[in-house]
Structure formats: C-alpha cells, structure tokens
Design a protein around this ligand. Sequence first.
Ligand code: R5P
Length: 287
Amino acid sequence: MTVVAGPRNPSLAESLADLLDSEVVRPEVRRFPDGEAYVRVEADLGGEPVCLVQSTPSDRAWIELLLLQDAVASWSPDRLAVVVPYLGYARQDRRFEPGEALSAKVLVSTIGDAADALVTVDPHEDHVPQLGSVTARVVSATPAIGRALADRDVDLVLAPDAAAVGLAEAVADEIGADADHLDKTRVSDDDVRIEPKTLDVEGRRAAIVDDIVSTGGTMSRAAEALIDQGAAAVLAATVHGVFAEDALDRLDKAGVDEVLATDTIESDRSEVGVASVLAPAVRRILG
Ligand code: R5P
C-alpha cells in the first residue's frame, strides 16, 4: 500500500503510513505565477492500493485534491481510498434559501470518479459524505480527543450548543467524564444567559468540544459563560481547527486556558493525531 501525502496533511499522512506500514509518496504541487496549481505524482502507482490524503479547508485545497486524484488515477492503482480528514464546504449541505448553491453536494460529487471510497473524520453533518456517488466511510476523532483531555484532568465535557451534544457525549464517554451542553435563554430584549443545561461547572475543569472552530465566536462565548460561572479551567477542543481570521486571539481574550485541535487541519494547535482512527478504516478498504 502507498500513502500519497497531499500538501495539506504532510504529518498526518506520515503517521498514517507508519501505522499502515506503507511507503509515503510526496507529490509535486506548485503554483504557476497566475496562481493555477500544477500537480504531478512521479512514483509509479500502477496496480498498487493507494491512499490519498488531503483535507479541503480552502478553495485552493479543493483544486489540489481534484488534481491529485487525477494524477494518482493516471497510474491505474489497484484500489484508491481518498482520505479527506476535513471535508470543507460541508456547512452548506442544504439550500437554506431559494437560489443558494448546494455547495456540499457540488464538491463531494467531485470526489471519487476514480476512487473506491471516501474516508472522512467527523463531517459537519453525517449525510454530507454520502452526497456524492462514491462509497463514504466516516470515522470519529472522539477517542483521540478523549485521550488528550484525560491527560489534562478534564472532568466535564460541554457542547457549546445542542448540535454538538453527540460529539461532547462521545468524548465524555471515552474518559468517564460528565457531559452537558450550554443553553441560551433570552432574559430580555438585549440580554441572553448562556449556562449549562443541567450541571454546575463551579470549580471543575471543563472542556468545550465542537466539530469546527472557525471564527471562534461560538467557543469564546461558551468559554466566557463557563468562566463567569466559576469553572476552574476551560479548554477548547475541536476536531477541525479552521481558525479563520483572529479566532485564536478571540479564544485567548475569552480566557480559554488551552486550545486543542486534531491534525485534520495541520497548525501549531493540531496536536491531537487522528491517524489511529483513520488507519483501521483505510485498512478495511485497501486490505
Ligand atoms: C456550527 O454549526 C459548527 O458546529 C460550529 O459551531 C461553528 O462552525 C463554529 O463557528 P465559529 O467558530 O465561527 O463560531
């Protein structure tokens, strides 16, 4: 088996290859002066099972993925698993308003003409990877996040809203911690109260867990509420650290003690590795 490391996930691809006992191929990916991408995979992958790894946190990353798929397919691999640890554009998974582009479907449909399976980690909604024609496998980073939080003595895991409850409960289960979610109550026209639905956070080491941190607005509001209510420490943990604009500054100003993200999007905060949850899925597909 060969792992082709797209430019967005060099470390994750390396860790995955180690676990799969595979070679790593690093394709050539560069830009022409006008910004267009050039991609070449030099290694002969003919007849090989191949795992291509590339997250899509930006338009440029999507284009790279499309070109990488084509370059890999040109060698006629035996089987191809396309691993997209962070599947971008997943939040536009419906036409919320008439006339909107159904971005998630448009982009997921571009994956896999030549692939046997798409593998992704905690997509924004479970149905998104199924919007294309390729067989999709979803894995969860919750065991990896749980291990990281257990090392930090977290005893309460909170979702910042009802939508993230499943994720927070799964992480809490991993470490035997309590789980809850924050609830927003309108007190008056210009005042809302954000507090845990049922549990008291006073004196506890709490982690807020969400699938994505983009601008950091959701996390920082949640952190401020927990600090107001006397939490001893507040950690912000996310599967996909998009960290748009000044998200990390916002989290810092909100009083978050530590920000943890997985390496689905590699950055200086992505210290939670997801190779261990991806490897079994890739092995099942490629043998
Ligand atoms: C929303 O549906 C997601 O689960 C996240 O809560 C959201 O994407 C976070 O965005 P931001 O960091 O911009 O508040």
